[in-house]
Design a protein around this ligand. Structure first.
Ligand SMILES: [Zn+2]
Length: 311
C-alpha cells in the first residue's frame, strides 16, 4: 500500500512539537474545495460589482427622467397659467364687446323711440310748414341713383312709413338749394327792374350779391354740375342740378372750380366772384329754377334763416 499520508510537524518555541497526519486525498479535496470557494466568491464579487454598476446607472437614468419630467411638468404648468391668462383676457374682451354692443343697441333703441315718438316727424312737419309758408312745394321724384339711408322694413303699424318719409325728407333737404351762395349784400332783387346797362324795362331772373373779385362762391345744396363754361351774357357760369326739379345758376364768375359731371356737396366752393359777361362790376348773379322756371331765390334764403332760428 502506497504511503499517501503527509506529515505536518508543528513545533513550538518551548521545544514541544505536534504532528498532523493528513491523507493526500483529503488534502486534494480540501484544496479543491478551497479553490472552488474562492472561485465562487470571486464570481459573486464580479457579479455583485456588475449589478451594483447597473443599478447605479439605472438610478442615474431614473433621476434624469424624474428631472426631465419635473421640468416638463413645470413647463406645462407655466403654459397652463398662460392659457388661463389668455382665456381671462379673451373673456374680458368679450364682455367689453358685449357691453359696447349693448350700449350701442340701447342708443339705437332710444333713437328709434325718439323717431317714433314723433321728434323727427314733428321736425319734418315744421319744415314742411315753413316751406309752404314761403311757397315751396315739398314733392320729389324718385331717384334711386341719388338716394339711400336706413332701411326699415315696412310693417302694418305705419312705423316704416314715418321713417321713410323722414328719411326722404332729409335727403330732399340736403339737395334743396338753401341759404346764400356768398357773404355779400344783395344789390338787386328778383323781378321787374330797369336794366343796369341800357336802363330799359327788364325782368331780373335772379338775385345779385355784391362781392369782391375772388370772393368764394358756395353751392347752396348738394347736386351734380350740369354746366360749367362761358356763356354770353352770364360770362363764366355754373349750373347745378339738385334733383327733384331744382337747379341753381351762378354767373359772372372770375373762376370756375368745378367741371360738368362733378358731384358737389352743400357749401362746397365751386367758383370765385368776378365780373365776366354782361356786368357793371364785381358781383354774383344767382338764380334758382324749379322745373325749368326761375323762382325767387329770396324764398330759399328765408327758409334757411327760418330753419336756423327754429333749431
Ligand atoms: Zn343779376
Amino acid at each position: 500500500m502506497n504511503s499517501d499520508k503527509i506529515h505536518i510537524i508543528l513545533t513550538g518555541e518551548s521545544g514541544g512539537s505536534r504532528t498532523l497526519l493528513l491523507d493526500r486525498r483529503t488534502l486534494r479535496r480540501a484544496t479543491f474545495s478551497l479553490i472552488s470557494l474562492f472561485a465562487f466568491l470571486f464570481a459573486g464579487t464580479i457579479s455583485g460589482c456588475y449589478h451594483w454598476q447597473e443599478k447605479s446607472s439605472l438610478e442615474q437614468k431614473l433621476a434624469e427622467v424624474e428631472q426631465t419630467s419635473r421640468m416638463r411638468q413645470d413647463q406645462l404648468l407655466d403654459e397652463l397659467c398662460e392659457s388661463q391668462k389668455e382665456l381671462r383676457r379673451i373673456r374680458l374682451q368679450k364682455l367689453r364687446v358685449i357691453d359696447q354692443y349693448e350700449s350701442k343697441l340701447a342708443r339705437l333703441r332710444k333713437e328709434t323711440e325718439q323717431i317714433y315718438s314723433g321728434d323727427i316727424h314733428k321736425r319734418a312737419k315744421l319744415i314742411k310748414a315753413l316751406m309752404e309758408e314761403v311757397g315751396i312745394r315739398f314733392d320729389f321724384e324718385e331717384d334711386p341713383s341719388h338716394s339711400g339711408g336706413l332701411y326699415i322694413e315696412a310693417n302694418g303699424n305705419g312705423e316704416g312709413t314715418v321713417m321713410d318719409e323722414a328719411d326722404r325728407f332729409v335727403c330732399f333737404l340736403q339737395k334743396l338749394p338753401l341759404g346764400r351762395p356768398v357773404k355779400g349784400k344783395i344789390s338787386s332783387l328778383y323781378g321787374r327792374r330797369r336794366d343796369p346797362l341800357n336802363h330799359r324795362k327788364a325782368f331780373h331772373a335772379g338775385l345779385d350779391f355784391r362781392g369782391r373779385r375772388g370772393d368764394k362762391v358756395h353751392v347752396t345744396g348738394s347736386g351734380i354740375v350740369k354746366r360749367s363754361g362761358y356763356q354770353r351774357g352770364f360770362g363764366n357760369c355754373i349750373v347745378i342740378d339738385h334733383g327733384n326739379g331744382y337747379e341753381t345758376l351762378y354767373a359772372h364768375l372770375s373762376k370756375r372750380l368745378v367741371h360738368k359731371g362733378d358731384r358737389v356737396a352743400r357749401d362746397q366752393v365751386i367758383g370765385l366772384v368776378g365780373s365776366t359777361g354782361r356786368s357793371t362790376g364785381s358781383h354774383l348773379h344767382y338764380e334758382v329754377h324749379y322745373r325749368n322756371k326761375s323762382v325767387d331765390p329770396l324764398k330759399f334764403l328765408r327758409i334757411a334763416k327760418l330753419l336756423a332760428s327754429k333749431k
